[in-house]
Design a protein. Structure first.
Length: 115
């Protein structure tokens, strides 16, 4: 399984940014894909997830309403739309996949939100 995250960069607070995660190496039916993040000096935290087949989503309470996870099954890609990001959203964002445990991880993409 390979997960390639991209789309990070510098964004102003209140702007928008879309991250992509290209997934390959297997069919993902029965799996969920998710986004996590890790800010400097902090532990990695869950952002959002989506079940590949059903499209059912789950979000961290702190990001619900600002971030949207989606997937394009034809492109084997998962997206994270970040709207109105805040400086505290600055982190390396990782995508991962799981049935029960998050056992495959991508390399991460850095998002920096300026005030």
């Amino acid at each position: 399984v390979q997960l390639q995250a991209s789309g990070g960069g510098l964004v102003q607070a209140g702007g928008s940014l879309r991250l992509s995660c290209a997934a390959s190496g297997r069919t993902f039916s029965g799996y969920k894909l998710g986004w996590f993040r890790q800010a400097p000096g902090k532990e990695r935290e869950f952002v959002a997830s989506i079940w590949w087949s059903s499209g059912i989503t789950d979000y961290s309470d702190s990001m619900k309403g600002r971030f949207t996870i989606s997937r394009d099954r034809a492109k084997n890609t998962v997206y994270l739309q970040m709207n109105s990001p805040k400086p505290e959203d600055t982190a390396v964002y990782y995508c991962a996949t799981a049935v029960t445990d998050w056992n495959y991880w991508g390399q991460g993409t850095l998002v920096t939100v300026s005030s």
